[in-house]
Ligand binder design. Sequence first.
Ligand SMILES: NC(=O)c1ccc[n+]([C@@H]2O[C@H](COP(=O)([O-])OP(=O)(O)OC[C@H]3O[C@@H](n4cnc5c(N)ncnc54)[C@H](O)[C@@H]3O)[C@@H](O)[C@H]2O)c1
Length: 362
Amino acid sequence: MEKINLKISRENRSGIIVCRKSDPGRLVRAALPYDKSLLIMPEDMDEKLKRRLKKSFPGEVFLMSRGRGKELAEAEKIWGVMLKKGFSRDSVIIAAGGGKISDMAGLAASLYMRGIRWVSIPTTFLGQIDAAIGGKTAVDFAGVKNVIGSFYLPVFTVMDISLLEGLPAAKFREAAGEIYKYIMITGKKTSSKLARLLPGVERRGEKAVYECVLECARFKARVVEKDFLEEKGIRETLNFGHTAGHAVEMLCALPHGTAVWWGIKYALGLSLETGLMKKAEHERLLKLLGSRDGKEILKLKGAFGRFLEIVRSDKKKRRRNNYFVLLRRRGKTAGLADIPERILKSAYSSLTFGVNGGADEN
Ligand SMILES: NC(=O)c1ccc[n+]([C@@H]2O[C@H](COP(=O)([O-])OP(=O)(O)OC[C@H]3O[C@@H](n4cnc5c(N)ncnc54)[C@H](O)[C@@H]3O)[C@@H](O)[C@H]2O)c1
């Protein structure tokens, strides 16, 4: 078992526990007294896992309805249960599930009675390597992803890799998109280590999964510590691949990690087209990224206008027309704003080039 301390200030900190198998409830209770707990899980999660978590956290349970997204309406239902059951500022929310649950439950915790403590128990691989670290909470609103949210750290995050046992293999492949993000933006040592671990992770080897979770959590925690509120240009490096990735996620209805993989491919193309990255480095990184089935992005064909709209609605652009985190070379990011439309389009056309079906006109 390893513990990573994420400390923003004396009052604002979070403990991240990475372990192979635990009773998460016991770990949490040993460190955190509380009167009542609300365990929030997705309704459609593996039954065995739901039973294990209910046993570990006796108390109230809220199941997020199958098929529901990160919606304010779900958070309202959570507040309704908490009020009805007499939850106070000494109570705690336990968010167990994927990134959707931690984003939404974290937001619910940050607003109930002006903020009550919460614990994150990520049960997806993507949750463990990324979503559950760093206290970004959010719901989607009016068709815009993560637009209503807060920065609100959980008191604890328990990354127990045995919770991933029932997770379909596809969920590991999807999350690889976020691992590629780390491979592209981290320094040589971490980047090479993650690249070495990736095949083992895709085979779901226990050692590779454990090491990968630990490495990603350590890296992300250090980045978040330096720039919790994303004001210094440090935390935003974690958004590499995400501006286009969010557009792909929405337009092609792809899982987050898969969309991020395509977003990285677009960001590499854009890094080349804007002259930030040299051709040889672009080819090297594309090779490292490997390939995926172009059918996944069929819906991008002919959708450049909509893509642009989503890119322009990204909250990170602030007052600018658009904003992308790009790469000069592996490990060296650069933020670029107001990229001309023809360059955005050229990178888009090369992304969709050779993808069959739909209109040819981008
Ligand atoms: N806040 C952040 O920093 C951050 C970072 C990355 C992604 N995200 C968000 O995370 C979300 C995606 O998260 P995700 O990929 O973890 O998945 P998810 O939350 O979208 O869905 C997970 C699905 O897997 C099922 N599931 C969860 N654990 C399981 C298990 N152990 N066994 C079997 N089934 C299980 C659930 O029932 C659910 O249907 C997106 O909304 C994205 O915006 C947030």
